[in-house]
Design a protein around this ligand. Structure first.
Ligand SMILES: Cc1cc2nc3c(=O)[nH]c(=O)nc-3n(C[C@H](O)[C@H](O)[C@H](O)COP(=O)(O)OP(=O)(O)OC[C@H]3O[C@@H](n4cnc5c(N)ncnc54)[C@H](O)[C@@H]3O)c2cc1C
Length: 402
């Protein structure tokens, strides 16, 4: 990995700001097209992190699995970092679950629960496999400004230690720097959105029962409670609730939290201990534009959605796939060609992520509402889902990304 201080002012085909799960996968995709890429990332975890207690995990659907396999990223994810699930269950009344199975759509599984760091590091492992000088990665600099002309983008960085200023030039700048994207703000792209009333608490549990291959979500009046299985004797519980309630919960000891889980969650498959916790606010943001001149946004910098159905990083990977396919055939130095392709990217991806956001909001409103009419409607919908195989299959196909 090349540090900023070792690099001289130079030209890249593409500079990517943010090398998280999405940005690192984007780099892997573009390097395969023989593009010279620079990744600017604040912090890349050491692989030792994978031996520690997992905290942030993502449900990865079949479409993302297939794309990451094509990129060569999937094969770097270790067996203990991912857990396959072949059933997905949801219910409001415990005796009436709606169970979606992989066999309903003739698949062997519905997805994997994977530690976020494992997804990120797998993309770096793939980048390390690429030819020398195809990609440079900088972790010791801070982004300070972005300027662009019709021909190129100039990215100015300041070294953390020496305070030295470095400027890189590129044909295309990709913002993959997450929900609080600096690329987005430095290019004056506004956002539309809001914070949800509910927040969520993620509890990692050490389990004394065999690995489960089912993920479930129970809808309770105060917010859903979900179970995400992992390998290696761990699982993650997600507790959605109002901010005040979660603020109190997060103060509790692991032992006290375990007692709360025993009271508020459905029965788990056996003995467990709470070993880690983290709480997250829930936000919905859409960038007003996904492109500006030679700058384009992917992943959470373009859209942040309610994680209720675990789709956020999956739509980020879809951004990467669509953008990479569109860039493959063109000369990105040509302004008009690039502009046409970026417009196409924006049209395709904005519509898709807005639809997904809308679906999550309808879901959120439907299941976080105690009005009698809404209760009746969701009861009816869950019964319908159980009765009509066709409807069930359509929901399932959307969930796995097809
Ligand atoms: C509780 C919770 C549960 C979720 N569960 C799921 C799930 O099950 N399935 C799913 O698909 N999604 C899930 N999501 C959403 C998912 O986590 C996000 O969609 C995903 O993290 C987006 O990836 P990203 O790479 O775009 O952004 P991030 O993960 O935010 O990565 C951005 C990267 O950019 C770097 N960065 C930021 N600013 C700069 C800068 N100025 N310079 C250099 N580097 C910078 C950061 O260090 C980081 O590495 C969940 C989200 C939450 C909050």
């Amino acid at each position: 990995m090349t540090k900023g201080s070792d690099l001289k002012e130079q030209f890249y085909d593409v500079v990517i700001v943010g090398g998280g799960m999405v940005g690192a996968a984007q780099a892997a995709a573009l390097v395969k097209q023989q593009k010279r890429v620079l990744v600017i990332e604040k912090y890349i975890p050491n692989s030792d992190v994978l031996a520690q207690i997992p905290l942030r995990v993502s449900a990865i659907n079949l479409a993302s699995e297939q794309y990451l396999t094509e990129l060569g990223v999937w094969s770097h994810i270790g067996e203990t970092s991912k857990c396959m699930f072949n059933q997905l269950a949801t219910w409001e009344q415990r005796h009436k679950p709606v169970i979606f199975s992989a066999t309903d759509i003739q698949k062997s599984h519905l997805g994997y629960l994977i530690r976020n760091e494992a997804l990120q590091l797998a993309a770096y492992d793939e980048l390390n496999n690429t030819a020398d000088h195809a990609v440079d990665i900088i972790t010791d600099c801070k982004l300070t400004s972005i300027d662009q002309t019709n021909e190129q983008v100039s990215v100015q960085l300041t070294n953390h230690v020496s305070n030295e200023t470095i400027i890189f030039h590129c044909s295309l700048l990709i913002g993959a720097d997450g929900a609080f994207s600096q690329v987005r703000s430095l290019t004056d792209i506004g956002t539309t959105g809001w914070d949800y009333q509910q927040h969520c608490l993620s509890l990692t549990i050490k389990t004394d029962f065999p690995t489960q291959h089912i993920t479930w979500q129970e809808f309770q009046p105060s917010g859903p409670k979900a179970f995400l299985p992992l390998e290696d004797g761990y699982s993650v519980l997600i507790w959605y609730d109002n901010a005040e309630e979660l603020q109190q919960l997060v103060q509790l000891s692991n032992e006290q939290l375990k007692n709360q889980v025993l009271t508020r969650f459905p029965d788990l498959a056996g003995e467990f201990d709470v070993v880690a916790k983290a709480s997250f606010p829930l936000t919905r943001r859409q960038a007003n534009q996904y492109i500006k001149g030679r700058v384009v946004l992917v992943g959470d910098s373009a859209h942040t959605i309610n994680p209720l159905a675990g789709q956020g990083v999956n739509i980020g990977y879809k951004d990467v796939e669509v953008l990479s396919q569109l860039l493959e055939e063109i000369d990105i130095k040509q302004s008009e060609t690039l502009s046409a392709v970026l417009k196409q990217y924006e049209n395709i991806r904005k519509r898709e992520s807005q639809l997904m956001s809308l679906a999550m909001d309808s879901f959120y409103n439907l299941f976080s509402n105690d009005k009698a009419a809404v209760k009746l409607l969701r009861g009816g919908l869950l019964t319908l889902a159980n009765k009509f195989e066709w409807a069930k299959k359509q929901v399932l196909k959307k969930a796995v990304g097809y």
